[in-house]
Structures are given as C-alpha cells and as structure tokens.
Design a protein around this ligand. Structure first.
Ligand SMILES: Cc1ncc(COP(=O)(O)O)c(C=O)c1O
Length: 379
C-alpha cells in the first residue's frame, strides 16, 4: 500500500487491496460527510425532507452533471447501475423479433435483466463476439457492427468492461447508431473518475455510472443520464408521490424519480464532496496509477507466461485482466486471501479463468510485486 494515500482511506492497512473495481473504497473525509448527512436527517427527519433534501439534491445533481458533461435535470440518482439500467429496460416497448445488440463482454447481472425482458416481449438479445486479443478500434467496430440487422432497436454497450477491464472505443458506434435511429444505452459503471467523460459529446441516449467505484463515493451512489427527448416516456418502476409530492423542481421527470418512498439519500447528497476529493487528492495521481497498471500488464505476461487480451495502452485505465491457467490451483482466490491477505477478483469469463488487478491511489508498485510473488508460489 502507498502509506500516505492509504491513510486517507478506511481500508485495512494490513491487507493488499487490488480490487477497487468491484465496489470502490471510500476515503475518510468523504465518509465523514456522508455520516454527517445521516446525522442531519436523524436530528429532524421531517424538516430535513422539506427544508434540506431537495436543495441538497439539486446541488448534488449540478455538481455531478458538470463533472460528467450533461445538464442537472438529465441526471437521476440510483443506488447502483443495475437498478438504473433495469429502469430503462423495463420501459422499452419492444415487439417480438426486435433485437438488442450488445457485446459478449457485458456485465452478467444486466445481461440477465435484458434476457428477462426479452422473454416477456419476444425480443432477442444478440451478444456479439468481440474477440480477444483486442487490437484496433477499427476491428472492434467491425466485429460489433456485424451484429446489426434491420431489427436492431437498441444498442447496449459497456464503456469499460467488467470482466475483461477493457476501455471500449464506443464513440463511433454511438454516432453510427444515432444516424440509424437506434437507441444507445451505455453502461459506464467503471467510468466516472476513471477516464474523462462528457456525455453530451458522446451523444448517447442513456448512460449509467457508479459513483462508489472510481469516484470513491459512499456505497449506493450511482446515476442514470436520460436525454431530454426521452424523459416523457421513461417512468420509474416504483411509482410514488411524483408531482403530487413535495419536490419543488419544475421537472415532472425529476419529481417522478427523486422521491421513491422513504429512503436514505445521504450517499447521493455526498457527491459534491466526493467530486472535490477526487479533483484534489486522486486526479493528480491517476497518471501514476496508470503507469502501475501498464507495469502490472507486463508482469502478468512474464509471471504467467501467457499472452495478454489487449495491446495495453489506450485499452487500459486503472484495471487490467489477464487469463489464468485453468487447471492449476482451483482455490487460488481463497489462498491469495487467506495466505497472503491479497484481495483480488478471480472469475470465469468466456470459458476461461481470469484475474483482474485494479490500481487506485492507495496502491503502490509493491502491491503488484507482492501479487506476482504470491502467484509464482501458488501456480
Ligand atoms: C460494467 C458493469 N456494469 C454494471 C455493474 C453493476 O453494478 P451493481 O451490481 O452495483 O449494480 C458493474 C459492477 O461491477 C459493472 O462492472
């Protein structure tokens, strides 16, 4: 661990934490503000709702929308990307035979969501093969676009993939889809505060991002961007008070989504603090984190004596995934944790076992060396 940076986080300093990508990690000053919001709520719950909550949410939407490049009334908060994207899926009016085009790298829980809606509507889910090793943007586009047919109604694509940890060059695909009148839903769970994001420049219809991953917000902070032209037909799955409630915003869309019954919105209200913390304490060190990832990328190849799934460079941010030998040491994850106190995800993707390293500011090159030495002893 990088001791100076590590001290700012709540993480146990005794462990080697190489799994920021799964659930993030919250810095102490951000967590404190989160708890302060909870205390404010408990002091006078009724006044909090009427006098404080909606102003706080507006400020939070303003801060986040500026950060991700959209308007404050195009952002709604959700606890996680699964609920955000599901809320779009279940509003889609699909007919039997319609097609949803996605890659074979999409996040499993969301693929399940799409398949459920496919069963209900008769729409087909097309998981287009994006082969590894990834090589060029042109090859990526060519492989993905092969899945397009006259029946394609929606494109669902990760901006940074979960299992393979690849930054997908999605910009041209979004443009091409728009020209054809195909809706684009982008899963950017790993994107906010990981790579630069400007949703308006990207031009997609819907975008979700997790704020508790790389932005280091409290758990349960994520957002959904909905382009203005779609706001009249995207309805919340949980219908609550909406325009009959206390939300003073002039937007029916926001009124419908913001109050969903009694719930703790402290994580949403903490976003301006998380963004300030990111700008001051994380962003200046991200280039160093990316350097460590490129180091990990080559160390994985030499330690495991196998080929990478991308040429590195712009395909990688602060994560890298690499194939593991399938047969050796089936309990590898458990051994790394129990014997070496290394927390790292190991999982199956596309019939192959993988390991994924995440590097955040609290990590150091030494964490990668500890992992390589443990892998050498266990494989
Ligand atoms: C690419 C991607 N999409 C969506 C999600 C969903 O996140 P959650 O399970 O918190 O909804 C994740 C979680 O890691 C992810 O990596």
């Amino acid at each position: 661990m990088n001791k100076t940076m590590g001290d700012m986080f709540l993480l146990d300093p005794e462990i080697t934490f190489l799994n920021h990508g799964s659930f993030g990690a919250c810095p102490k000053p951000v967590f404190k503000v989160y708890q302060d919001w909870q205390r404010k709520l408990e002091k006078q719950p009724v006044q909090f709702k009427t006098e404080i909550l909606y102003d706080g949410l507006k400020h939070s939407r303003e801060s986040l929308s500026e950060f991700v490049g959209c308007h404050e009334d195009e952002i709604i908060y959700f606890p996680n990307p699964t609920t955000a994207v599901t809320n779009v899926i279940y509003n889609l009016n699909l007919n039997p035979g319609d097609e949803i085009l996605m890659s074979n790298h999409e996040y499993g829980a969301l693929v399940r969501g799409w398949k459920e809606w496919g069963k209900k509507t008769g729409a087909n889910i097309i998981q287009q093969d994006i082969s590894t090793p990834a090589t060029t943007e042109d090859k990526f586009i060519e492989e993905f676009w092969k899945g397009l047919t006259p029946k394609t109604k929606v494109i669902f694509l990760s901006h940074i993939t979960s299992a393979t940890a690849l930054i997908f060059p999605i910009e041209k695909i979004v443009n091409m889809a728009r020209e054809k009148g195909i809706l684009t839903i982008i899963d950017g769970a790993h994107v906010p505060a990981h790579i630069p994001l400007n949703i308006h420049e990207l031009g997609c219809d819907f975008y979700t991002g997790a704020c508790h991953k790389w932005l280091c917000g409290p758990k349960g902070s994520s957002f959904l961007f909905v382009k203005k032209e779609h706001q009249d037909w995207i309805k919340p799955l949980v219908v609550s008070w909406g325009s009959d409630g206390d939300d003073p915003t002039p937007s029916t869309f926001l009124q419908d989504f913001q109050w969903q019954g009694t719930r703790d919105m402290s994580a949403f209200l903490t976003m301006p603090t998380a963004i300030d913390f990111y700008k001051k304490e994380i962003r200046p060190y991200q280039a160093a984190c990316q350097k460590i990832i490129q180091y990990a990328y080559s160390e994985l190849q030499s330690t495991l004596n196998s080929l990478p799934i991308s040429p590195g460079g712009s395909w990688l941010g602060q994560m890298v995934a690499h194939p593991l030998p399938s047969q050796k040491n089936p309990d590898l994850k458990e051994k790394l944790w129990k014997d070496h106190q290394i927390e790292i995800p190991i999982f199956e993707w596309n019939n192959q076992r993988y390991i994924r390293i995440s590097i955040q500011v609290y990590n150091s090159k030494n964490d990668v060396d500890l992992l390589m030495s443990a892998l050498r002893s266990l494989l």
